[in-house]
Design a binder for this molecule. Structure first.
Ligand code: AMP
Ligand code: ZN
Length: 133
Protein backbone atom coordinates (compact mmCIF):
# COMPACT_ATOMS: atom_id res chain seq x y z
CA UNK A 1 0.00 0.00 0.00
CA UNK A 2 1.51 3.28 -1.15
CA UNK A 3 0.65 5.43 1.85
CA UNK A 4 0.96 2.90 4.65
CA UNK A 5 3.68 3.74 7.19
CA UNK A 6 4.59 0.12 7.91
CA UNK A 7 4.59 -0.83 4.21
CA UNK A 8 7.06 2.03 3.70
CA UNK A 9 9.22 0.67 6.52
CA UNK A 10 9.09 -2.83 5.00
CA UNK A 11 10.14 -1.39 1.62
CA UNK A 12 12.97 0.56 3.28
CA UNK A 13 11.54 3.94 2.29
CA UNK A 14 11.41 4.95 5.95
CA UNK A 15 14.31 3.90 8.20
CA UNK A 16 13.76 1.50 11.06
CA UNK A 17 15.78 -0.47 13.60
CA UNK A 18 15.22 -3.86 11.98
CA UNK A 19 15.84 -6.95 14.09
CA UNK A 20 14.44 -9.71 11.85
CA UNK A 21 13.08 -10.29 8.36
CA UNK A 22 11.95 -13.30 6.37
CA UNK A 23 9.65 -13.92 3.39
CA UNK A 24 6.48 -13.22 5.40
CA UNK A 25 7.44 -10.90 8.22
CA UNK A 26 9.44 -7.82 9.16
CA UNK A 27 10.37 -6.92 12.74
CA UNK A 28 11.69 -3.61 14.04
CA UNK A 29 12.01 -1.68 17.29
CA UNK A 30 9.05 0.46 18.35
CA UNK A 31 10.01 4.12 18.14
CA UNK A 32 8.21 4.91 21.41
CA UNK A 33 8.94 1.82 23.51
CA UNK A 34 6.96 0.63 26.52
CA UNK A 35 10.17 -0.99 27.72
CA UNK A 36 13.60 -2.26 26.70
CA UNK A 37 13.38 -4.20 23.45
CA UNK A 38 9.76 -3.35 22.55
CA UNK A 39 9.49 -4.73 19.02
CA UNK A 40 6.81 -4.75 16.33
CA UNK A 41 6.42 -7.81 14.10
CA UNK A 42 4.40 -7.10 10.97
CA UNK A 43 3.23 -9.26 8.07
CA UNK A 44 4.65 -8.14 4.75
CA UNK A 45 1.13 -8.48 3.37
CA UNK A 46 -0.81 -5.25 3.90
CA UNK A 47 -3.99 -5.65 5.92
CA UNK A 48 -5.36 -2.98 8.18
CA UNK A 49 -6.66 -5.25 10.93
CA UNK A 50 -6.44 -8.88 12.00
CA UNK A 51 -9.96 -9.47 10.64
CA UNK A 52 -8.75 -8.74 7.10
CA UNK A 53 -5.50 -10.71 7.11
CA UNK A 54 -5.85 -13.90 5.04
CA UNK A 55 -5.32 -16.94 7.31
CA UNK A 56 -2.38 -18.12 5.22
CA UNK A 57 -0.65 -14.76 5.79
CA UNK A 58 -1.33 -15.05 9.53
CA UNK A 59 0.16 -18.52 9.40
CA UNK A 60 3.19 -17.02 7.67
CA UNK A 61 3.82 -14.32 10.25
CA UNK A 62 3.25 -16.23 13.52
CA UNK A 63 6.48 -18.28 13.36
CA UNK A 64 8.34 -14.96 13.11
CA UNK A 65 6.49 -13.67 16.19
CA UNK A 66 7.67 -16.71 18.13
CA UNK A 67 11.18 -16.52 16.70
CA UNK A 68 11.60 -12.83 17.51
CA UNK A 69 10.17 -13.38 21.02
CA UNK A 70 12.82 -16.04 21.57
CA UNK A 71 15.55 -13.82 20.13
CA UNK A 72 14.57 -10.98 22.49
CA UNK A 73 14.45 -13.32 25.48
CA UNK A 74 17.83 -14.83 24.70
CA UNK A 75 19.57 -11.53 23.99
CA UNK A 76 17.97 -9.28 26.61
CA UNK A 77 17.50 -11.83 29.41
CA UNK A 78 13.92 -10.85 30.18
CA UNK A 79 11.87 -13.06 32.50
CA UNK A 80 8.65 -12.71 30.52
CA UNK A 81 7.18 -11.47 27.26
CA UNK A 82 3.92 -9.64 26.53
CA UNK A 83 2.30 -10.05 23.13
CA UNK A 84 -0.22 -7.36 22.21
CA UNK A 85 -2.18 -6.76 19.04
CA UNK A 86 -4.73 -3.93 18.71
CA UNK A 87 -7.52 -3.57 16.14
CA UNK A 88 -9.47 -0.38 15.61
CA UNK A 89 -9.12 3.11 17.01
CA UNK A 90 -11.36 2.19 19.92
CA UNK A 91 -8.86 -0.51 20.88
CA UNK A 92 -5.95 1.93 20.67
CA UNK A 93 -4.71 1.07 17.17
CA UNK A 94 -2.88 4.02 15.64
CA UNK A 95 -1.20 2.47 12.59
CA UNK A 96 -3.43 0.78 10.01
CA UNK A 97 -1.25 -2.23 9.21
CA UNK A 98 -1.53 -5.35 11.37
CA UNK A 99 1.28 -5.50 13.91
CA UNK A 100 2.18 -7.63 16.90
CA UNK A 101 3.81 -5.85 19.82
CA UNK A 102 6.43 -7.93 21.63
CA UNK A 103 7.22 -6.31 24.95
CA UNK A 104 9.92 -7.97 27.05
CA UNK A 105 9.02 -7.93 30.76
CA UNK A 106 11.64 -7.87 33.48
CA UNK A 107 11.37 -8.86 37.14
CA UNK A 108 10.78 -5.84 39.37
CA UNK A 109 9.38 -3.77 36.51
CA UNK A 110 6.26 -1.81 37.44
CA UNK A 111 3.06 -3.29 36.02
CA UNK A 112 1.17 -1.40 33.35
CA UNK A 113 1.49 -0.27 29.79
CA UNK A 114 2.83 3.14 28.91
CA UNK A 115 5.71 4.60 26.96
CA UNK A 116 8.72 4.41 29.25
CA UNK A 117 11.29 7.03 30.18
CA UNK A 118 14.24 4.68 30.68
CA UNK A 119 17.08 6.13 28.55
CA UNK A 120 18.48 2.61 27.93
CA UNK A 121 15.16 1.53 26.37
CA UNK A 122 15.01 4.67 24.24
CA UNK A 123 18.52 4.23 22.82
CA UNK A 124 17.24 2.14 19.91
CA UNK A 125 20.60 1.83 18.15
CA UNK A 126 22.13 0.31 21.30
CA UNK A 127 19.12 -1.99 21.84
CA UNK A 128 19.37 -3.16 18.23
CA UNK A 129 23.08 -3.93 18.70
CA UNK A 130 22.30 -6.00 21.82
CA UNK A 131 19.58 -7.95 19.99
CA UNK A 132 21.60 -8.61 16.85
CA UNK A 133 24.80 -9.32 18.79
P1 AMP B 1 -0.72 0.60 17.85
O1 AMP B 1 -1.16 1.57 18.92
O2 AMP B 1 -0.95 -0.84 18.26
O3 AMP B 1 -1.30 0.92 16.49
O4 AMP B 1 0.84 0.73 17.77
C1 AMP B 1 1.53 1.48 16.82
C2 AMP B 1 2.96 1.53 17.29
O5 AMP B 1 3.77 1.95 16.22
C3 AMP B 1 3.20 2.52 18.44
O6 AMP B 1 3.68 1.82 19.57
C4 AMP B 1 4.22 3.49 17.87
O7 AMP B 1 5.17 3.91 18.82
C5 AMP B 1 4.84 2.69 16.75
N1 AMP B 1 5.40 3.47 15.65
C6 AMP B 1 4.82 4.52 15.00
N2 AMP B 1 5.64 4.97 14.02
C7 AMP B 1 6.75 4.20 14.07
C8 AMP B 1 7.99 4.19 13.33
N3 AMP B 1 8.24 5.04 12.32
N4 AMP B 1 8.93 3.28 13.67
C9 AMP B 1 8.69 2.41 14.68
N5 AMP B 1 7.56 2.36 15.40
C10 AMP B 1 6.61 3.25 15.11
ZN1 ZN C 1 0.78 -1.59 5.07
Amino acid sequence: MDDCLFCKIIRGEIPSYRVFEDAHAFAFLDINPFGLGHTLVVPKFHAEQLFFLPPEELAGVMPAVQRVATLLRNRLGCEGMALMQLNGEVAGQTVGHVHFHLIPRFAGQPAGWAPCTDPAAKDLAAVQRRILG
